[in-house]
Design a protein around this ligand. Structure first.
Ligand code: ADE
Length: 324
């Protein structure tokens, strides 16, 4: 009984009895409460479908996972990680929100925010590259979302433009927490220090989360060398993403994974001609081999590349710049 349900997946329904008295019942959402539509995405263990809540007509993206396949392929742990991390990250506009989970005999269902703009990667491919203004806009939202998940003790470990979705307003939503790591609670004396500039734990042993390799091109050197990920590993990936938005390709890319890993470990990458100098300075401070020497979130916010960005709630009220 791996997926015994735990309280979150509920709605309310008001019914009137024979005497005319109203009773509001708490009712768990289930498959029957949704009408399913087009396929939004296909993974090896799941399919994402557009779905509408029949009562509210609100649209969602529903991730459907095949239980037999997940058990056979020993992926139960990753499904649970995804549910547990998403349940920790419900208070931020830049992260795909998990509303309900339920199951039937065959499948598990995750009812998520619908991000109707699709993957940031698709938009980037259509455009080729982004200009500085677009890179600043999308980069700032991704960074704000990373700061939030780190403050909630979650390391994503597989950040890349495929895992950054866009909603109808072209605001970003980070998805795919199947390989995330929940860090142990910080010591009481250190509580709430996550946002302090240069927090010494940001690249240190305390935050280590071991043994996983995400996507070759975005994987950090510490993960390759010591099978250790920390918060700063997500900032390495963030540096790769900023580079990719401006250059149209990730900084470390080779014919196969082995050669890509070698390039990463040797910090072997170059900037194309005309790469904006402030962005170059930022990327050079993020693509640093020692995670302890990588620019922490607070310093990234204050980097001249992000000058003029309204951090916090205002960031999510801004309309997206015209793509160019
Ligand atoms: N593809 C995968 N997850 C999605 C989501 N939440 N919204 C739209 N498309 C998706």
């Amino acid at each position: 009984d791996e997926w015994r349900e735990h309280g979150a997946a509920v709605g309310t329904r008001t019914e009137t009895d024979a005497s005319g008295k109203a009773h509001t019942k708490t009712v768990k959402k289930g498959v029957k409460d949704f009408s399913f539509g087009r396929t939004l995405g296909d993974g090896s263990y799941s399919t994402v479908l557009a779905a509408t809540d029949r009562q509210t007509m609100k649209e969602y993206a529903v991730k459907v996972l095949d239980k037999r396949h997940i058990i056979k392929e020993k992926k139960v742990k990753y499904v649970n990680i995804e549910r547990d991390t998403l349940n920790r990250l419900t208070e931020h506009p830049g992260i795909v929100r998990l509303y309900y989970t339920f199951q039937d005999e065959r499948s598990l269902y995750f009812v998520l925010d619908l991000a109707s703009g699709g993957e940031l990667l698709s938009t980037l491919k259509k455009m080729g590259t982004f200009d500085v203004e677009c890179t600043r806009f999308y980069g700032a939202q991704i960074l704000d979302s990373i700061a939030y998940m780190h403050s909630r003790g979650v390391i994503h470990r597989d950040l890349k433009p495929e895992n950054v979705l866009l909603d109808r307003d072209m605001h970003t939503k980070i998805t795919d927490f199947g390989t995330a790591k929940i860090l142990p609670d910080p010591k009481p004396q250190g509580a709430g220090n996550d946002m302090v500039p240069g927090n010494p734990t940001d690249g240190a042993d305390q935050d280590r989360a071991n043994s996983f390799v995400g996507t070759a091109e975005y994987v950090s050197p510490e993960l390759l060398q010591r099978a250790n990920a920390c918060k700063a590993s997500d900032l390495w990936a963030f540096g790769c993403i900023i580079y990719q938005l401006l250059a149209g390709r990730p900084p470390f890319k080779a014919a196969n994974e082995y050669l890509t890993f070698q390039k990463i470990l040797n910090l072997e990458y170059t900037f194309p001609d005309g790469f904006p100098p402030l962005a170059r300075d930022l990327v050079e401070r993020l693509l640093v081999l020692d995670p302890a020497n990588r620019l922490p979130v607070e310093h990234i916010r204050n980097h001249p590349f992000f000058e003029g960005v309204q951090w916090g709630k205002g960031l999510w009220r801004q309309s997206a710049p015209k793509l160019r």
